[in-house]
Design a protein around this ligand. Structure first.
Ligand code: PEP
Ligand code: MG
Length: 328
């Protein structure tokens, strides 16, 4: 099966009955983008840019950042890049950005909250992304050939989105069109339950959502995702998490916006049909998993997927969901 999946890895990802769902790769290093394409990724669905920052002893300057994002975009050859802005704090400290000691770092200054306290850093990151995605005139390319999707982590409501968007909008005015991409979207991760609950208010303003099921599960079930004893219970197939995903997708689709899933749930063979049945448009998984997830998708029938999603939503616990879905 693995050999078959590998053979078919460059086929467009679709369900057995032809419903299109994109399969993209999660990356922490832009040097791995070429490998992701070689494994059949249809884009990068999550670039964890904090790893670029962690790899440097101090904040990387504009030129350094442009070079890194350009490396990924070059390798992607016109496939979309979903680049997440810095997601540090919580479990991911940055030595040169000391955060005061917190009793509850996962509930503290992390993700977009931390970035908005350092708007200059966020601005430089936006600028680098926009400029890296500019067309390369020598190659006869335009900004349209390097689709850039900028994604904000740990957003709790539309207020944080607006604050970040104001910075991006200012740059779009300031940087001449020839020096930046014109194909840019700004979206938010759905990782905090409040965002899923308020998805209709966000969907009206964002360009897309990507569900970070690792954090969404952690915050919905109040279980530390890395807890040595409890993390096994932090199952993204919990019906409470699935309901939040359903709310997110229906709000997004009502506004014509797309929804990805970039947490670990996206590569869970049992979860794939459920996510498809809930209407998710893109699955982003580790590069290694791309061929397998594409092959899994090719086994799924949309009507059956919708039935499985309905069945899962009707359960009371994650164990019951897995019992109801798993072929034993
Ligand atoms: C998530 O929370 O699901 C996610 C994809 O982000 P990270 O794992 O980097 O926190
Ligand atoms: Mg996360």
């Amino acid at each position: 099966r693995e050999a078959e999946a590998w053979e078919a890895r460059f086929q467009e990802a679709r369900t057995r009955d032809g419903h299109r769902v994109e399969v993209a790769a999660n990356l922490g290093n832009t040097a791995h983008a070429a490998d992701a394409v070689e494994r059949g990724a249809e884009g990068v669905g999550l670039l964890r840019t904090e790893f670029l920052f962690m790899a440097h002893a101090q904040e990387p300057d504009l030129e350094t950042q442009i070079a890194e994002y350009r490396e990924a975009l070059d390798a992607l050859g016109g496939r979309p890049l979903v680049a997440r802005t810095l997601d540090v704090g919580g479990d991911k400290p940055l030595p040169y950005w000391p955060v005061p000691t917190e009793d509850n770092p996962f509930l503290g200054l992390r993700g977009i909250r931390l970035a908005l306290t350092r708007p200059k850093v966020l601005e430089t990151q936006f600028r680098a992304m926009l400029m890296a995605a500019a067309g390369v005139p020598a190659a006869g390319a335009t900004g349209r050939d390097r689709p850039l999707r900028i994604m904000l982590p740990m957003v709790k409501d539309v207020g944080e989105f607006r604050a970040a968007k104001a910075i991006l909008d200012r740059l779009l005015e300031e940087i001449p069109e020839a020096e930046r991409t014109t194909d840019v979207q700004l979206g938010v991760m759905i990782e905090v339950p409040s965002c899923a609950l308020l998805a209709p208010t966000l969907a009206a303003e964002v360009d897309f959502f990507s569900v970070g099921t690792n954090d969404l599960t952690q915050y919905t079930l109040a279980i530390d995702r890395g807890h040595p004893e409890l993390s096994a219970q932090a199952d993204g197939l919990h019906p409470a998490v699935l309901r939040l995903i359903e709310m997110t997708v229906s709000a997004a689709h009502a506004q014509g916006k797309w929804v990805g899933v970039c947490g670990e749930l996206a590569s869970d063979a049992v979860a794939v049909p459920v996510l498809v049945g809930l209407g998710v448009d893109e699955l982003s998984v580790s590069a290694r998993q791309v061929p397998l997830v594409k092959a899994r998708l090719a086994e799924v029938d949309l009507e059956e997927a919708r039935r499985q999603a309905g069945l899962a939503l009707a359960q009371a616990t994650s164990e019951a969901v897995r019992d109801a879905l798993e072929v034993r």
